[in-house]
Design a protein around this ligand. Structure first.
Ligand SMILES: Nc1ncnc2c1ncn2[C@@H]1O[C@H](COP(=O)(O)OP(=O)(O)OP(=O)(O)O)[C@@H](O)[C@H]1O
Ligand SMILES: [Mg+2]
Length: 210
């Protein structure tokens, strides 16, 4: 099954519900090594995406790219801090890659994921091992590329599985970007909140694609 504007909008709504359900967990993760706002930031941003979709309902933006662009501009305008612009950039780059396609198939999905990662890295300058959301995204994109010949549910499941492992890997890392980097060695032993939220969003997309 390919992904249409409608199914993508449904996936974003599902992701918003998952983020709302993990709001407290993300706040706690960010409290340990940051300023305890990541759960609030993400929940506000994704709730705003749902509101933006609701405001158009029963219509949906015409293409998957237009849905992604609506989500991106909403995140950029509604979420401050580091994560809003980074997620916004990821969604915006994905949107550009989707172009005017009416449906997203496996290969296009993989290209969009790659573009999202490149956007986050261009904006935030983090590389693998810096203990950020990039540590969830890099393995997710690699796994998606390996699964590119499969259907989108399988690609997203492979990406989400890899993102979970990548997020876990941040526990043993010394953060080199963002607020957590101020703690240096003391931040070791903690899961990066942005890596965790990235894995949650990918999992929500994978579940929605089933
Ligand atoms: N330069 C970066 N590149 C990639 N990801 C980053 C970068 N800086 C921070 N992050 C991610 O953002 C997450 C923190 O997001 P959060 O919503 O808490 O913003 P914040 O750091 O509190 O922003 P601010 O410090 O501006 O208030 C981190 O867990 C990390 O994954
Ligand atoms: Mg924070």
């Amino acid at each position: 099954m390919a992904c249409t504007a409608e199914t993508l909008a449904a996936a974003l709504r599902a992701a918003a519900a998952v983020i709302a359900g993990h709001r407290g967990e993300l706040i706690d993760l960010d409290r340990a090594i940051g300023d305890a706002d990541h759960g609030e930031n993400m929940d506000r941003g994704f709730a705003a995406i749902v509101s933006a979709l609701d405001a158009l309902a029963p219509k949906t933006p015409e293409t998957p790219a237009a849905v992604m662009k609506l989500a991106a501009t909403t995140l950029i305008s509604k979420v401050g801090g580091a994560a809003g612009p980074l997620y916004g950039t990821a969604f915006l780059r994905a949107s550009v890659k989707l172009g005017d396609a009416a449906e997203v198939d496996g290969p296009l999905l993989v290209e969009a994921l790659r573009a999202a990662l490149e956007g986050v890295q261009a904006r935030g300058k983090a590389v693998g091992g810096d203990a950020t959301m990039v540590d969830a995204l890099i393995p997710a994109v690699s796994a998606a590329e390996e699964a590119a010949g499969s259907d989108i549910a399988a690609i997203l499941t492979a990406a989400a599985d890899a993102a979970d492992k990548g997020a876990e890997s941040t526990v043993d890392l010394v953060p080199r970007k963002g607020r957590a980097s101020y703690l240096g060695e003391r931040a070791k032993g903690h899961l990066d909140p942005g890596a965790r939220s990235t894995a949650l969003v990918l999992r929500a997309f994978a579940e929605a694609a089933r």
